[in-house]
Design a protein around this ligand. Sequence first.
Ligand code: PFF
Length: 444
Amino acid sequence: MDQRKMHGVWANRWTFILAATGSAVGLGNIWKFPYIAGENGGGAFVLVYLICIAIVGIPVMMAEVLIGRRGRMSPINAMRYVTKEAGLHGSWTAIGWMGVLAGLMIMSFYSVVAGWALNYIFTTGSGTFSGVNGEQAGELFGGLLGDKGGQVLWHSAFVLLTLGVVAAGVTKGLGMVARVLMPFLFVVLIILLAYGFIKGDFAAAFQFLFDFKFDKLSWSGVRIALGHAFFTLSLGMGAIMAYGAYMPRHASLGRTIITVGVLDTVVALVAGLAIFPIVFATDGLVPSEGPGLMFVSLPVAFGNMPGGQVFGTLFFLLVSVAAWSSAVSLIEPGVAWLAETKRFNRVASTVLLTSVAWLGGIACIYNGAIFDALDFLTSQIMLPLGGLFIAIFVGWLMRRAIVCSEMDAEGHPLFDIWLFVVRYVSPALIAFIMIASLYDKLVN
Ligand code: PFF
């Protein structure tokens, strides 16, 4: 089967970087990171998160992309290929299956939140937030949450947008969208950062995010930080493996992935530094607000700053676009696999899988417990487990010569350090955090 003809290949290294960054940068950075940092006490949580990105996320991301590039097919078939090549039992293919399942589960709640962002483009654009205080912004968001039918509509619109891009094939369109709009997102975030700096309580926000008070951190907070490192890098479920499969043969994997990881982290930190100054300067807003944090605190800023209506509209537009380019990668592994079975074409595969995720989203809208359960199961269990197995596979089971040649790292001094991290450090840390938090849960 000629994979190149079937799925296409990124034009060059930069297209891969853009696509991978498009997948990584999304609601995880702008919506989720600030609110979970807020719920888990700030500083120490942020530090653990940064450590997880550096010594688990980025090294494991290299391993995951490497498998994709070696296998050159959907995660399920790529895993099948590398497993066979290593002479191992086929059960390792489960990494691919678990990934497809995790992608659908994440897409279910992800598209609900993306629907909120779509809705906010129009709410902000029509001037609803003009002059609001924290309490009023909270009520407006509460109103959206109470309107189940409305949420279903916005969620459906987002699922349709995703369907359109995945059905058309990832290479067309999306690379372009990411190239033009991602820099825009960054500019608007910087403007919000400046607003927070001038009008908000920037010092309090800075201290909250970077003052490492470990007494506020629990084991569950550590597990959430680890899980979020995976979520934000689109790691542990085959999304980035699928993108790796479309990567040109020769391109330095190490530098490419470090670029993606750093960009993703910077966006999250800037989002935190844009959101928290407003939280601390506004009566009625608290860091531990929960999933509504971004949807309540930013409208206060937009409602009270000059030009806020325009910036706000633009901002939620860009959040939606960021969510869109991430959602595409949630569905891609399953779609690529279905297309490879030749039983369905790409369009039919996409319709099938997005429909499943659409139904999952409806369930999330009508039952908040399902929303929470899907979020918990994927971020805190499935993605870290996927990452653990990927690290073990690449570190211990693949032939070293193959790993070295796929990394394009012949003779590179950092190669041995990376391999050491993937063999020992990342798996040990993932296992330790998962076991410690489980133990903590059983004891307490
Ligand atoms: N990384 C995305 C974000 O931070 O919003 C979410 C995500 C996309 C997670 C793709 C997992 C994935 F495979």
